[in-house]
Design a binder for this molecule. Structure first.
Ligand code: LMR
Length: 398
């Protein structure tokens, strides 16, 4: 039956973790996957999560959630994206369902897009998180490219981005990273977002925001929702994928949310019912534990404040590591500019290292990262930063 099945290629991100785990070297460093580590390189469970678990212990039964997921969790999650006092929430204009983290939210949206606008395409920034391509490919939505990154400046190619937005057929779908762009760490400025939003309005494009890193760009989830808020102010219908993998450290709980802002409540009811229809034959209904952790934290002022403090703590540690990595490279006398390490934001530094240089880092120094040169700054610690800087210096100068 399966003789014709070839092995699948390794996942460009999760495959890095597999290779790292298989390496017996005591020096090995993993700056591949975007998963936060403390300064000892250990995974972190936030104190607000521990406290929420204590509070819910023993109270939970194991019944199914509704197909659309936890109503309480969704309510709190929408406030983070759309604003505490959002008129759209009050007017019940948002169709929202619990999703299997950001990936699941994107996939549900892609399937919804294919089912109800089967001839549509989606513009995807180049580069983007590798899995975005898989998601829209498997949903059979054709992909077009949105120029985004400028390799020379290691910043935003705003002019080309705007050209692509202007030249796309009216009413096109665009995938946008709401903040802390993965993999580049390059975000448009507020002013640029306003111009993008304006042009979307002119062209009647549909913005779909993937917000996987809310809180990791500025340290403040509210500020990181700025791009979305600009689009909302300008009266766009939007779609939004939210995830608690990073900002609550709930990676393996697979907890997130897909929302679509509709024209009115009736439309939102219809859209939500169709999203549930998509979920039912795929996974029936989403898991309960992560949803309860999230709603317990966000529904309690004290726990929510603790969460905000902890998000800022994670973002600040990363910012500190950015400064230190740049300083280390400059101290080694690197002839190259490493300014972009501190200019870029969020979990990732798009270093500019070539695939061959990355291969050398792995084979000679046991340092693991994706071949596009992306460094997960969340994996950099005071213990490994000297070793990492030295290795980067070696492969970029000899
Ligand atoms: C990453 O980009 O490293 C993360 O979003 C993890 C993943 O699933 O790829």
């Amino acid at each position: 039956w399966w003789g014709h099945v070839e092995p699948a290629p390794k996942d460009p991100i999760l495959g890095v973790t597999e290779a790292f785990l298989a390496d017996p070297s005591p020096d090995k460093v993993n700056v591949g996957v975007g998963a936060y580590r403390d300064d000892n390189g250990k995974p972190v469970v936030l104190e607000c999560v521990r406290e929420a678990e204590r509070r819910i212990a023993g109270t939970l039964n194991m019944e199914y959630l509704p197909m659309g997921g936890s109503v309480k969790m969704i309510e709190e999650t929408l406030k983070l994206a759309y604003g505490e006092d959002s008129e759209f929430i009050k007017d019940k204009r948002i169709a929202a369902v619990q999703a299997l983290s950001g990936t699941g939210a994107c996939r549900l949206f892609a399937d919804f897009q294919k089912r109800f606008l089967p001839d549509s395409q989606i513009y995807i920034p180049i580069p983007t998180w590798a899995n975005h391509h898989n998601i829209w490919r498997d949903a059979r939505v054709p992909q077009r490219t949105l120029r985004y990154y400028h390799p020379e400046s290691k910043g935003l190619d705003f002019a080309s981005m705007m050209d692509d937005i202007r030249n796309a057929p009216n009413g096109s779908f665009f995938l946008l990273h709401a903040c802390a762009h993965n993999p580049t760490g390059v975000d448009p400025s507020e002013e640029q977002w306003r111009e993008i939003s304006y042009q979307f309005k002119v062209k009647n494009h549909f913005p779909f925001f993937d917000m996987a890193y809310q809180g990791f760009a500025s340290g403040d989830p509210e500020r990181d929702a700025k791009a979305i808020r600009i689009f909302l102010e300008d009266g766009h219908p939007i779609g939004c994928a939210q995830s608690y993998a990073k900002n609550m450290g709930l990676y393996g709980q697979r907890i997130g949310c897909l929302s679509i802002l509709c024209e009115d409540e009736m439309q939102a009811v219809a859209v939500k019912s169709q999203l549930q229809q998509l979920a039912r034959p795929m996974y029936s209904n989403p898991p309960v534990h992560g949803a309860l952790i999230v709603s317990t934290i966000l529904g309690d002022t004290e726990l929510k404040n603790l969460w905000l403090k902890e998000v800022k703590g994670m973002a600040d540690r990363i910012i500190g590591m950015r400064k230190a990595l740049r300083e280390n490279l400059e101290k080694l006398g690197s002839p190259l500019s490493w300014e972009h390490i501190t200019n870029q934001i969020g979990m990732f530094c798009y270093s500019g290292l070539t695939p061959e240089q990355v291969d050398r880092l792995t084979s000679e120094f046991h340092i693991y990262m994706t071949r596009n040169g992306r460094i997960s700054m969340a994996g950099v610690t005071t213990g490994n930063i000297g070793y990492l800087a030295n290795a980067i210096h070696e492969v970029t100068t000899s």
